[in-house]
Design a protein around this ligand. Structure first.
Ligand code: ADP
Length: 359
C-alpha cells in the first residue's frame, strides 16, 4: 500500500546540514496498523510527512496505492492526497467553525454540494460518537472529543490511508485508550491502512500490528509487535520495552539478592524468567513448585499481554535441593522462556547473565 524506497531527507540549518532520514526502505501493507516509534528527533515527523509529501524527500520515491507521488504533477498530487487522511497531536481544528463545519471542511474545499456534504458528515459524526455535539465549537470540547473531530475530518474524503502524528500524545491515558480503540475500530470496519508515529511503547502495544523503531533517521528494527517486544535487539528498543515491563531491576532488589548469606548458595537460585510467547505464566510457576518440590518466592516482576499472549518478566527465588534446582531450570528452558540467573553480581552491580537457557 505504501512503499518508501531509499528515502533520504536533510535540512539545511544555520548550524549546518541535519540528516533527518537516511536510507529508509519501508513497505506498509494494505489494511495494517503500522507503528513507528522513536525518541524526539529520531525523524518520525519527517517520515510521516513524507507519506503525503508534506515533506519532499531529497532522494528516493514514495509510492501510495501504486502511484509514485514524487513524480506526480501538482493537480494529480492534490487528488492523490485525498486518499491520505491525517490527524495531529494538537488536533488542528478551526476555532470559529462548529464540529460539523470542521468535518465538512475538506469536502467544501473539494467543491461538494451542501447535500453531499451533509450525507457524508452525518455518518462520520455517528462513527466518532459526536452526533450530539455537531453544533458545538472546539473550545467547548474535551481533548478526546477534539481528536474525534480530527479523525472524522480526516475520513471525510474517504481516504485509504490514515496518518496519525502523535495523535494521543496530548491526551490522558484513559482518553488515549478510547481514541486508540476508535482507530482500531475504523481500521477493522473500513479496512483503512493506518500509519502512526509515537514516542510511547504503550501506544504501539495497544494498536499496532507491526512496528518500526527509528533512531538517528534510520530504521533499526522492524517486525510484528509481539516479536519486537519479546526479542528486542537494539538497545533503544530494549529501553522502550522496559518502559512497559520494567527492563532494569531495582537496585534495592539487586542488593538484596547479592547480600543474602543466610541460605546455602547451592540451595538457592534467583531467576529472571522472561515470558516471550511460549508458556503462560501461572501453569509454569505452579509446575515448578509441584513437579520439582521447590519453594519459591516472587520477588519482582511485571507481566502484560500483547494480542492475547503473555509478555514480561518475573524474578523468582527458588529454594531447595541443588539437583532439583538444575532440573527446574532445564524445564524452564523447554518452555520457550528466557531464563537468567541473577544471584551472582559484579562489584559494579551489573547483572551477570549466567545461563540464558532459551529465548
Ligand atoms: P521526531 O518527529 O522523531 O522528533 P523530526 O522528524 O521532527 O523527529 O526531526 C528529525 C531531525 O530533523 C531533527 O534533528 C530535527 O531537528 C530536524 N528537523 C526536522 N524538521 C526540520 C526543519 N524544518 N528544519 C530543520 N531541521 C529540521
Amino acid at each position: 500500500m505504501i512503499e518508501l524506497s531509499s528515502i533520504s531527507k536533510r535540512y539545511a540549518t544555520p548550524q549546518g546540514t541535519v540528516t533527518a532520514l537516511e536510507g529508509i526502505d519501508l513497505s506498509i501493507r494494505e489494511g495494517e496498523i503500522f507503528g513507528v516509534i522513536g525518541k524526539s528527533g529520531a525523524g518520525k515527523s519527517t517520515l510521516i510527512r513524507l507519506i503525503n509529501l508534506l515533506e519532499r524527500p531529497d532522494q528516493g520515491s514514495v509510492r501510495v496505492a501504486g502511484r509514485d507521488l514524487t513524480a506526480l504533477p501538482p493537480a494529480s498530487l492534490r487528488r492523490a492526497r485525498q486518499e491520505i487522511g491525517m490527524i495531529f497531536q494538537h488536533f488542528n481544528l478551526l476555532a470559529t467553525r462548529t464540529v460539523f463545519e470542521n468535518i465538512a471542511l475538506p469536502l467544501e474545499l473539494r467543491g461538494e454540494s451542501k447535500a453531499a456534504i451533509r450525507a457524508a458528515v452525518e455518518p462520520l459524526l455517528e462513527l466518532v460518537g459526536l452526533t450530539d455535539k455537531r453544533e458545538r465549537y472546539p473550545s467547548e470540547l474535551s481533548g478526546g472529543q477534539k481528536q474525534r473531530v480530527g479523525i472524522a475530518r480526516a475520513l471525510a474524503t474517504q481516504p485509504r490511508v490514515l496518518l496519525s502524528d502523535e495523535a494521543t500524545s496530548a491526551l490522558d491515558p484513559e482518553t488515549t485508550r478510547s481514541i486508540l480503540a476508535l482507530l482500531k475500530d475504523i481500521n477493522a470496519r473500513l479496512g483503512l491502512t493506518i500509519v502512526l508515529i509515537t514516542h510511547e511503547m504503550s501506544v504501539i502495544k495497544e494498536v499496532a500490528d507491526r512496528v518500526a523503531v527509528l533512531e538517528h533517521g534510520k530504521v533499526i528494527e522492524l517486525g510484528p509487535v509481539y516479536d519486537v517486544f519479546t526479542r528486542p535487539r537494539a538497545e533503544i528498543t530494549r529501553r522502550f520495552v522496559g518502559e512497559l515491563v520494567g527492563g532494569d531491576l531495582p537496585p534495592s532488589l539487586l542488593r538484596q539478592i547479592a547480600n543474602d548469606t543466610a541460605t546455602d548458595p547451592a540451595r538457592r537460585r534467583v531467576l529472571r524468567i522472561l515470558f516471550t510467547g511460549g508458556a503462560a505464566e501461572s501453569p509454569v510457576m505452579s509446575t515448578l513448585a509441584r513437579r520439582f518440590d521447590l519453594d519459591f518466592n516472587l520477588l519482582h516482576g511485571r507481566l502484560d499481554e500483547i494480542q492475547g499472549r503473555a509478555f514480561g518478566n518475573l524474578v523468582v527465588e527458588l529454594l531447595g535441593d541443588p539437583a532439583r534446582l538444575d532440573a527446574a531450570v532445564k524445564y524452564l528452558a523447554t518452555q520457550q522462556l528466557g531464563v537468567e540467573s541473577l544471584n551472582h553480581e559484579q562489584e559494579s552491580g551489573d547483572v551477570v547473565r549466567l545461563d540464558r537457557a532459551a529465548g
